[in-house]
Design a protein around this ligand. Sequence first.
Ligand code: GLN
Ligand code: ZN
Length: 706
Amino acid sequence: MTSHIVGYPRMGPKREVKFSLESFWDKRTNADELQKVAKDLRVSIWKQMSGAGIKYIPSNTFSYYDQVLDTTAMLGAVPPRYGWTGGEIGFDVYFSMARGNDTLPAMEMTKWFDTNYHYIVPELSPDMKFTYASHKAVCEYKEAKELGIETVPVLVGPVSYLLLSKPAKGVEKSFSLLSEAYEQLEDALSGMNALVETYFSDLPADAYKAIVSLKGVSAVGLDLVRGEKTLELVKSLGFPSDKFLFAGVVDGRNIWANDLEASLKTLKTLEGIVGKEKLAVSTSCSLLHTAVDLVNETKLDMEIKSWLAFSAQKILEVNALAKALTGEKNETYFFTNAAALASRKSSPRVNDEAVQKAASALRGSDRRRTTPVTSRLDAQQKKLNLPVLPTTTIGSFPQTVDLRREDYVKDIKEEINKVVKLQEELDIDVLVHGEPERNDMVEYFGEQLKGFAFTVNGWVQSYGSRCVKPPIIYGDVSRAKAMTVFWSTTAQSMTSRPMKGMLTGPVTILNWSFVRNDQPRFETCYQIALAMKDEVEDLEAAGIQVIQIDEAALREGLPLRKSEQAFYLDWAVHSFRITNCGVKDTTQIHTHMCYSHFNDIIHSIIDMDADVITIENSRSDEKLLSVFREGVKYGAGIGPGVYDIHSPRIPTTEEIADRINKMLAVLEKNVLWVNPDCGLKTRKYAEVKPALTNMVAAAKLLRTQL
Ligand code: GLN
Ligand code: ZN
């Protein structure tokens, strides 16, 4: 019985590599210093795993940016525009592909399956000549070997690399590709042990059969956490006697302590099928997607801490499970684990019966506003009296207040007043307060809701040096008191124009948090929805007439498997409707989404039944508008962003007017709103003021022509 780890976080326990990378990019430090920080981290991880007793320790799971880009470098698959002419690929070419340079934009980046990690999309073409142009994998292997540590180099498999690349998107002949690829590799693999690792799901039966019978492969890794049917699959289809099974029982996607007794039971079942000699205990996937080390969480409540396991703790879990199977069960360790699990199950901080009851009552129901959207819009217009092509912004304005200041409330009030006055000067129709009181659109609400905990160092890599620190939802969620009413009413009192209440929607809060694994996701989402419903109704009662509920991450939660998507969309969209099903017809509900590729989920978006939806659009006008050109019936208000807020460039009045005109060609003039793509938080006032001036001018120009 042996143990294995699929991969490990690579930013360091305190994001050392992030800071080192950024300092190198800013030319404050040189390449040697960056390489030293990176090497120190790799060495400490190898020593940590080896010290814990892990048998199969991974190497080449470190990356200066992304493992798919590393593969592109290894294969010399550099797009010609980056000017690489051969030889070992260095930081220059590598970081140009990752981040662009003075003259070239970066390569495209996209989400790694259903995680929040983003990889650099390979650009392959028929005339691409592959050459072996980066020896990183071998170097890392040797580096560990010098420490006396034997490692398993991890590579992105050839079929995955191809299918994740640009021209191959949507290719559907992967199974035959698999056997073809491994037939080609058979010679190269002979004399060594090749492990094919699968994760994030159970395999469809035909894929399972194809993978376990690959030639030249001696071991197959299976995800037994996300892959809820994996065990059944192995039971019913069997497993080849000449291969090893790497059983991913420790969750690489979450922060919860493993249920060791349950995992042990699963492992024993597998042992009965494949035999003692042929089973290895592993993580369900790379630990890249979870936090690094619980040891650094000094502010976390001790009881909650006992329920958690970050990467460093997961290594110990894997090892303890492997040991237990060989008869060396650490009784104290298992006992402590069982006690923590029991305390989590029965803790009054987790369980709130009233919340559970209210949330389960929603299952199978269909909450929605009773009046159809067109009549609601009429009722709202009577009160709001907005011009055609009304202008608005998405919520945040440039952040200038230091939130740690003493005079916090006074400073924020002043900041809101500044933002309100600016919008009045610009003659924007529906105002926002600018969100200066918020650190982050999820954290701000999580901090005020019951059932959430926060870490100090629980960072997870999102892309490159960028990390996110998701809140931990550990218990039933409820709202202790109003969260935004004070700020929204304060802002409304400063103007006679409508001021938007600004909330984050339940699906986005869910998708950007570490969620409970002791109840289905929809249950947690319904609980958050009910808490947000209270907030919506309090805002309405306080006189706020327009409320925006951001669902920036609705699409992110879409399951990988097509057959599971409808169910997700159903409860996600229902959760959104629950937040506002109780408001009056005259209260206008907005929502906002940070992406435009929703052609495939357009009917779910319509089913959200918001009065107005503002969406990112700047980089793909055509795609979004084509949905409506194809005749999708859309009666609600819609504001496709008229300029890209991700760029410092200031759009001209003419170009904005031009884009609005394009929209008017497919959408009714009385449903169209004029707004930027997203919040303005990351921009400077020197960019925001002229850009919004031109936006309002474009709207006014077109009003005279309608
Ligand atoms: N209201 C938020 C803002 O403007 C929305 C951010 C987002 O969509 N990511 O900052
Ligand atoms: Zn956005």
